[in-house]
Design a protein around this ligand. Structure first.
Ligand code: ATP
Ligand code: MG
Length: 268
């Protein structure tokens, strides 16, 4: 307990000292804070170098949507939370990027929606898995899945690192929430009958197009809003939640997101 307290205070101190170095008035303040977190995760050894490039691609799309949650992404968020609350075995898949940017919020969302958390890394190494599982343990979350490399299974016997999953988690999940996910992996999940929700700033990525619900938003804004909706919706009955899900069309929602980017271009 004392160790967790000291660790959390140390992390807060590191973050705060960086906050003071970047003036709040800076127009890219939030974006620069995220960069610092991504850089730290790389230095701490749990984020692959290509994770930094993936973050940069996200930044560009975030710029285009105005670095705020749009009305269309809020609709996708509401439908996602209703889907999570209706699922039997929902799992939140985490990697280096999502952990660097939103580990605490991911734990809160898992608790609010009765979801499991599973580590799934595109460039999997034992060291990265170990550091990430410790981050969740230090946040008080003990049951992290996907940390036991010996016992991972291959979804539908697809012999590829893209198809690995833990038996109680993603392998048997009816719903998987992914963020900053690669298209190959998202397609494996969808093609094997799982419902998939993706948080992905790029409405044109293979992931965004393949999944059931795409939240075109930055994970740092999307997850806190999902927590807010989970608190509101968890007392509602199933028919209310089903209506929210049935009224949602991912194709239409992606089109709305793209239209917003077009408008931003014209207004420039
Ligand atoms: P795909 O493989 O699905 O076609 P990709 O190859 O373009 O996508 P990847 O590097 O595989 O991209 O996945 C990273 C995705 O995560 C990118 O689409 C990027 O826009 C998105 N992304 C990056 N940072 C964030 C963030 N903070 N929040 C949400 N999405 C992000
Ligand atoms: Mg990719």
């Amino acid at each position: 307990m004392l160790k967790i307290f000291i660790y959390n205070n140390f992390i807060n101190f590191v973050i705060l000292s960086k906050l003071y170095m970047i003036p709040k008035s800076h127009p890219r303040y939030e974006s620069l804070i995220q960069r610092e977190k991504i850089k730290d995760a790389y230095k701490e050894g749990y984020l692959a170098d290509s994770g930094m490039i993936a973050h940069g691609r996200g930044e560009a799309f975030d710029y285009l949507i105005g670095e705020k949650t749009t009305l269309s992404s809020e609709k996708a968020i509401k439908a996602s939370v209703a889907t999570l609350l209706l699922a039997k075995n929902p799992v939140i898949s985490v990697n280096g990027n999502s952990t660097a940017l939103a580990a605490k919020e991911i734990v809160n969302l898992a608790n609010e929606t009765n979801s499991k958390i599973e580590i799934n890394l595109f460039y999997r190494t034992e060291e990265r898995v170990h550091i990430i599982s410790n981050i969740y343990r230090n946040l008080g979350y003990e049951n992290i899945l996907g940390d036991d490399s010996e016992n991972l299974k291959y979804i539908n016997n697809i012999d590829s690192p893209r198809a690995t999953a833990s038996e109680e988690g993603i392998y048997s999940a009816d719903l998987v929430l992914v963020s900053l996910e690669d298209g190959d992996r998202a397609e494996v999940l969808v093609n094997n009958g799982k419902k998939v929700i993706a948080i992905d700033l790029n409405p044109l990525s293979r992931t965004a197009k393949a999944v059931d619900i795409t939240i075109v938003d930055n994970i740092v804004r999307a997850i806190p809003l999902m927590i807010k909706y989970a608190k509101q919706l968890k007392s509602k009955d199933k028919s209310y939640l089903k209506k929210i899900v049935n009224d949602f069309s991912n194709a239409e929602n992606l089109k709305e997101s793209l239209d917003l980017i077009e408008i931003a271009k014209i207004e420039e």
